[in-house]
Design a protein around this ligand. Structure first.
Ligand SMILES: [Zn+2]
Length: 103
């Protein structure tokens, strides 16, 4: 029997995310200017944002990671499609569950 989920959780918290990020992310997305997906908005679509994306890849840089001017609200669909290419080059984004999306 494996306990891989425990290992995964521990690894995630060791990376410095977790409760603090959950709070910051929720506060960011609840601001009036951040409730809509920025990519959809540009295309004239109204879609609620549920992902906080780092505009400039932080690559583990804590200062850049927590810099709110570097955050943008996206919907899951935009995040998965538009940012996919960037993620392949090492960008770490945050998923709907609040945890970094890393493959
Ligand atoms: Zn969108």
């Amino acid at each position: 029997m494996t306990h891989s989920w425990r290992t995964d959780r521990r690894k995630t918290s060791e990376r410095g995310y977790g409760w603090k990020w959950q709070q910051a992310r929720a506060a960011f997305l609840s601001r009036p200017e951040n409730v809509l997906c920025r990519y959809c908005e540009r295309q004239g679509r109204i879609t609620p944002a549920n992902v906080v994306d780092h505009i400039q890849p932080h690559k583990g840089d804590q200062r850049l990671f927590w810099q709110r001017s570097n955050w943008q609200p996206l919907c899951k669909a935009c995040h998965d499609s538009a940012k996919q290419a960037e993620e392949k080059s090492g960008v770490c984004a945050i998923g709907v569950d609040g945890w970094p999306v890393n493959s």
